[in-house]
Design a protein around this ligand. Structure first.
Ligand code: C5P
Length: 296
């Protein structure tokens, strides 16, 4: 039996992100086209006979064990399959910046679920994997399967979307970070003036027209940012476009902003004080066994 595996945990970006309404359970109803990018953490998972879940990162200050989403995912997985005699040890080499809107923690959690399903030979169906993942966090189901997907509900209802054509993606993480619940709260008090055209984005993806896709990038969270941060995001977007990006937008609840460049280019992006990652789009990690519905 293999008792150790390395899983790559990729970052996600949002090509479009629309927030529709606040639900009675406190979450918000989303419609978003998500995309996997090649910026990735490395997640080492090992199992042995015993009990207990350990999770640690190589970056100081990040939560450990069951306080880390990766540890939570291991517990949710073992509980789901009724496994009581397995100890799990997780070590995460972080490359995805924290609190950036890139789903770093969610992707680590998804990597743990994929890894344990393989190591323990449980072979869960897609529906079961999504059910375990959505209990851990709203972005975790997408991170399990990756690629280009339309995500609805809390983010856990996944549908296939046509793949993003190959391109270069420059991700810029400014010095400031944003708390997701805080920005959802601000959005509740902000009248949204411009919403992304999700249907147009799906059509542009279907046509494979990168230029058109880049013209339709959009995120309602940008408008909900406090003024000083909104100005910084606008400045980064201008710098990305100045460096040759076909389009630029904030990812998730920020603060990372990315620009999309034609395939084969080597963009030179300069944003003082920011971390910059030049990466590529990543195709689906796994096909969905069954599409849940077709978005009208
Ligand atoms: O699901 P997750 O734990 O990643 O969500 C973090 C927080 O973001 C939630 O506690 C909630 O405040 C907010 N959220 C939301 N609606 C969503 C996803 C997240 O309000 N669809």
């Amino acid at each position: 039996m293999t008792d150790r595996v390395r899983e790559r945990a990729f970052a996600k970006i949002n090509l479009t992100l629309d927030v529709l309404n606040k639900r009675p359970d406190g979450y918000h109803e989303l419609v978003t086209v998500m995309q996997t990018a090649s910026l990735a953490d490395e997640v080492y998972i090992s199992v042995k006979r015993g009990q207990g879940i350990r999770a640690m990162c190589d970056v100081p200050g990040l939560p450990r064990d069951l306080d880390n989403l990766a540890g939570k995912a291991a517990k949710a997985f073992l509980d789901h399959v009724g496994c009581t005699d397995t100890a799990v040890d997780i070590t995460i080499e972080k490359h995805i910046p924290d609190r950036a809107g890139l789903a770093g923690g969610s992707s680590d959690a998804a990597a743990v679920i994929r890894g344990l399903d393989g190591l323990l030979g449980t072979g869960l169906s897609d529906g079961e994997l999504v059910s375990v993942a959505s209990g851990v966090g709203s972005d975790v189901p997408f991170c399990l399967f990756g690629g280009t997907r339309l995500c609805r509900g809390r983010g856990e209802i996944l549908e296939d979307a046509p793949e993003l054509p190959d391109c270069v993606i420059a991700i810029v993480k400014p010095e400031f970070s944003v708390s997701t619940p805080y920005l959802f709260g601000r959005l509740d008090d902000t009248p949204v003036r411009v919403r992304p055209d999700t249907r147009g984005m799906l059509d542009a993806l279907r046509a494979g027209e990168l230029f058109k896709i880049c013209g339709l990038l959009g995120n309602v969270f940008e408008e909900a940012l406090p003024e000083a941060q909104r100005r910084q995001v606008e400045d980064i977007k201008s710098r990305l476009v100045g460096a040759g990006a076909l389009g630029a937008v904030m990812s998730g609840s920020g603060s990372a902003v990315y620009g999309v460049f034609p395939n084969g280019t080597e963009p030179e992006v300069n944003v003082p004080g920011a971390e910059i990652f030049i990466v590529k789009n990543v195709k689906k990690l796994r096909q969905l066994q069954k599409n849940q519905s077709n978005w009208e």
